[in-house]
Write a protein that binds this ligand. Structure first.
Ligand SMILES: [Zn+2]
Length: 342
C-alpha cells in the first residue's frame, strides 16, 4: 500500500509539471494519451490493483481515481490556456491592432434646423421662450385675428393653400397664428419666439419655395416701445452676424403691426460699401413693428394697458446669407454632399 501511494504521488507531481509546460496542441494530445489513454498510466495503475491484497484495494482505488480526476482537470485547463494563446496569436496575425478604427459617420441637424436653433438660442438669452403651433391652422387665426379681414387687401398677398372641403382651414402662411394662440393662452407679460414651417403658393426657384421656415417673435408688456424693439433686434443682429454689423429700420406696412418697419443689416460681404450681393451696402433681414391694437382686441388684451412688438424672419434667408448659399432648393434636395458641409 505504501508503495502505490508513493507511485501516485510521484505521477501527480510529474503530470502537474508536464501539463503546465506543454506549449502546443499536438504535445498536449500526446500527454493526454500517455496518461489517460487505453494503454496509459492510469489504466496501468488500475490493472495493478488486482495484485494487491483485498483489504488494500478500496483505498488504492480511491487514490488512483483522485489522480485520474486531477489529470483530467490539468488537461482541461492546459487546453483552455492553449486556445487563448491561439486566438490572441491569430488576431495579432490577421489584424493590425495598431491601425485606427473604421470611422462611423455621425449624423447632425439639417442646416435650417441649426440656423433655427441658433436664432432661438440668441433670443433665449434675452428671456424669450420658444412656443410651437400646428401647421394646419384656422382661417381665423391665420388672417382675421391678425387684422386681415376677408376684404383686406393684404389677404391677397398672403394667400395660401386651403384645405379641400374645409374652407375654415389653411396651411398657415406665417407663424403669426401661434402668437394669437399664445396671447389667448396666457396673459401678459409675454416674451416668445415661434419657430416653424410655413406655406405659400410660390413657384420654386433659387429664392422661393412653397414651403419655408420662419422664426417670429412677440413681446407684450406695459410700456413696451419702438425703442425696445430696436434694442432687441439690434442685439440679435450683432449676435447672429457678428460684432460690427450695423442695422437700419425702414418704414414698411404690415396689417398686424403699426408702425411697421423692415430691418436691414450692413452687408456682411462688403461691410456696407456696396457689392454684387447687396447692391446698396444693406441687406434686408426681417420685418417688425408695434403690435396693432386690433390684434390685441381679437385676443381680449387691453390695448390701453399693454403694448408690444413683433418681428418675423425667414430662416432660409438668414442661413443663405451666413453661409453664402445661392440657391434655396439645395436645402430640400437632401444631397449629402451639400448637407455634410454644415
Ligand atoms: Zn455688399
Amino acid at each position: 500500500m505504501g508503495e502505490i501511494k508513493e507511485t501516485v504521488k510521484s505521477i501527480a507531481e510529474a503530470a502537474r509539471q508536464e501539463f503546465r509546460d506543454v506549449g502546443a496542441a499536438d504535445a498536449l494530445e500526446a500527454l493526454r494519451v500517455r496518461y489517460l489513454g487505453r494503454k496509459g498510466v492510469i489504466r496501468e495503475l488500475m490493472q495493478q490493483l488486482g495484485s494487491l491484497e483485498a483489504a488494500e484495494r478500496p483505498q488504492a482505488g480511491r487514490l488512483i481515481n483522485a489522480l485520474k480526476e486531477e489529470i483530467v482537470a490539468l488537461h482541461e485547463s492546459a487546453r483552455a490556456a492553449l486556445d487563448r494563446k491561439d486566438s490572441v496569436a491569430r488576431v495579432q496575425q490577421e489584424v493590425d491592432v495598431t491601425l485606427p478604427g473604421r470611422p462611423m459617420r455621425m449624423g447632425k441637424p439639417h442646416p435650417l434646423t441649426q440656423t433655427t436653433d441658433e436664432i432661438v438660442d440668441i433670443f433665449a438669452r434675452m428671456g424669450f421662450s420658444a412656443v410651437y403651433g400646428p401647421e394646419i391652422e384656422t382661417v381665423h387665426n391665420n388672417f382675421e385675428a391678425l387684422n386681415m379681414p376677408l376684404d383686406h387687401p393684404s389677404r391677397d398677398a398672403f394667400d395660401t393653400f386651403f384645405i379641400k372641403g374645409r374652407d375654415d382651414l389653411v396651411l398657415r402662411s406665417h407663424t403669426s397664428p401661434v402668437q394669437v394662440r399664445a396671447m389667448r393662452a396666457a396673459r401678459p407679460p409675454l416674451r416668445i419666439v415661434v419657430p416653424g414651417r410655413t406655406y405659400r403658393p410660390d413657384t420654386v426657384d433659387a429664392t422661393h419655395s412653397f414651403m419655408f421656415s420662419q422664426v417670429e417673435g412677440l413681446v407684450v408688456d406695459r410700456d413696451i416701445s419702438m425703442a425696445d424693439l430696436k434694442f432687441c433686434l439690434n442685439e440679435f443682429a450683432l449676435a447672429y452676424f457678428g460684432e460690427g454689423v450695423r442695422t437700419r429700420f425702414r418704414p414698411h406696412y404690415f396689417p398686424f403691426t403699426e408702425p411697421s418697419a423692415e430691418m436691414d443689416v450692413s452687408c456682411i460681404f462688403c461691410d456696407g460699401g456696396g457689392c454684387r450681393v447687396c447692391g446698396s451696402g444693406w441687406i434686408e433681414v426681417l420685418g417688425c413693428g408695434m403690435v396693432h391694437p386690433n390684434v390685441f382686441r381679437a385676443v381680449d388684451i387691453d390695448c390701453e394697458e399693454y403694448t408690444g412688438f413683433a418681428f418675423g424672419m425667414g430662416v432660409e434667408r438668414l442661413c443663405m446669407l451666413k453661409h453664402q448659399i445661392h440657391d434655396m432648393r439645395l436645402f430640400f434636395e437632401n444631397d449629402v454632399r451639400f448637407l455634410s458641409q454644415f
